[in-house]
Design a protein around this ligand. Structure first.
Ligand code: ADQ
Length: 465
């Protein structure tokens, strides 16, 4: 594959992880929704992908991987500090998640963000063919659409934000607010997980830049910029296939045996992130053990928490708090050889995740705020036996779609406890009915539909000059 591409994905990370083996360096497709969603689209368009390879100060020459041309962008250690850990994960991430932890602001981070966004825009401009479609992703790259348009007015540019977009009052805190808004408005189509987020965006354009809008289309100096909701999804067939294998069925039973065959197995699977509501889940569980509503060993909680952003301060302190609380619950309620909480600070294969999903009676997904939350969708897809029950925070994007989960307000501990108890005690026919309805929904609202619906609207937009 040579030359420029008619379809380019731009994301913070490339869709591959580097593996160092005894024979040298090798690239392996990285797991995750974004890669599963976009790789087939990029491949079908003989497309390119611009992103960081994951190692500091290293950017190999462009190379092909499974039919996609990959263009690594170099990030230095200082870039990672200021752009990624600073502006992206200590300013924008908390601010866009309702400031559930206070955002930090630092002028040097803003500079790093500008510089790195310019580097991504430059790389995309070099890679894109004349009139190409470029799809930029997520909160790390919000300046890229305008920077790219300035260099390449011929392109059709789409942007998708995977996390929530905050209401005006919160967004206005950000020193970089006007620049970020103008950056996003460089796109022809700006996609969000939820309608509310898209509405926040068009209102902000009027409030901050005095731009007119009609419906969900903003007039930016005579150019039409559309905003819309495109709730991301999963490939439910992947989980269904895994759950149907003998290997996973056996492993699910084995997990329950290893846990001492509890009557009720409660599961949480999250990146270890303060937005995910891991602590409140532990609080709910502890209170239910304290008042005797739940007992050990009849009930066990397994919390899988993938290591994440460990060099960012909020994440370090969260880890300490979670581990202290797990220790406290176990100290008070475990029996010899039978812990109340199994806490696993590890990453797992898709197969092991599928087995955990199949083994769990209740899945707790309780973020304080989440763009979508794919774990909730994966759990539902994995339950081909129509068993299990999902407790889901109203503040996850997924709650707009998975209406038959046991929904709760994560800021109300009694409501969380109530939803958990309802899920534990749901009758088999009601439980089955709820699962079936949610599964039917996921089959028709899969990740393929997400990608197609975004790109169809993008193709129908005015596009470049
Ligand atoms: P995340 O905040 O990372 O994504 P989520 O949507 O739940 O959150 O996706 C996590 C993914 O990681 C899932 O596919 C899950 O299976 C996987 N995972 C979690 N724990 C794991 C473990 N221990 N081992 C292996 N895999 C694990 C952001 C937004 C979300 C939005 C997605 C996609 O914050 O709101 O849904 O992007 O747009």
């Amino acid at each position: 594959m040579t030359g420029r591409s008619a379809f380019v994905v731009v994301a913070n990370r490339l869709p591959v992880d580097e593996e160092v083996t005894s024979d040298g360096r090798r690239w392996r497709a990285s797991p995750g929704g974004l890669v599963t969603a976009l790789s087939p689209v990029a491949r079908a368009h003989r497309g390119a992908w611009v992103g960081w390879g994951g190692a500091a100060d290293s950017a190999p020459e462009p190379f092909d991987h499974e039919g996609i041309r990959l263009h690594p962008v170099r990030l230095s250690t200082a870039d990672i500090d200021g752009f990624y850990e600073g502006q992206s994960n200590s300013t924008i991430w908390p601010l866009y998640h309702d400031a559930v932890e206070p955002p930090s602001y630092d002028r040097t981070w803003s500079d790093a963000y500008r510089i790195v966004n310019a580097r991504f825009a430059e790389a995309a401009a070099t890679v894109a063919a004349r009139g190409a479609t470029v799809w930029v992703h997520d909160y790390q790259l919000q300046l890229v659409p305008a920077m790219l348009r300035a260099k390449r007015p011929d392109l059709r540019i789409g942007f998708f934000l995977h996390i929530p977009f905050p209401p005006i009052e919160l967004f206005m805190q950000m020193p970089l607010r006007a620049e970020i808004l103008r950056g996003l408005l460089g796109a022809d189509l700006v996609g969000f997980q939820q309608k509310l987020a898209a509405q926040n965006f068009v209102r902000l354009a009027r409030h901050l830049l005095d731009l007119r809008y009609s419906g969900m289309t903003i007039d930016v100096d005579g150019r039409a910029v559309k905003a819309g909701a495109f709730p991301i999804s999963i490939d439910p067939k992947e989980m269904e296939r895994l759950a149907a294998t003998d290997e996973i069925r056996v492993r699910a039973r084995q997990i329950r045996t290893e846990l001492g065959n509890p009557r009720t197995l409660i599961l949480g699977v999250d990146r270890l992130d303060y937005t995910k509501g891991i602590e409140l889940r532990l609080d709910a569980f502890r209170e239910l053990l304290e008042d005797g509503t739940l007992t050990v060993p009849e009930t066990t909680l397994v919390q899988v928490a993938t290591p994440s952003r460990e060099r960012v301060e909020h994440y370090e302190t969260l880890r300490t708090r979670v581990e202290r609380e797990v220790g406290r619950i176990n100290g008070d309620f475990s029996r010899v050889g039978i812990p109340a909480v199994h806490y696993l600070h590890q990453s797992y294969s898709r197969a092991e995740l599928a087995a955990l999903y199949c083994a769990a009676d209740v899945m707790m997904v309780t973020p304080l705020r989440d763009g979508m939350n794919l774990v909730a969708k994966e759990y539902v897809a994995a339950r081909i036996d129509h068993g299990g029950a999902l407790v889901l925070s109203e503040f996850a994007g997924a709650a707009n779609e998975l209406r038959h989960a046991f929904l709760c307000n994560p800021h109300d501990l009694d409501a969380v406890k109530g939803a958990l108890m309802q899920a534990i005690s749901v009758g088999p026919s009601d439980g089955r009915r709820r699962m079936q309805i949610m599964q039917r929904y996921l089959r028709t609202h899969d990740v393929d539909r997400w990608g197609r619906s975004f790109l169809e609207i993008l193709q129908a937009s005015e596009g470049g000059a």
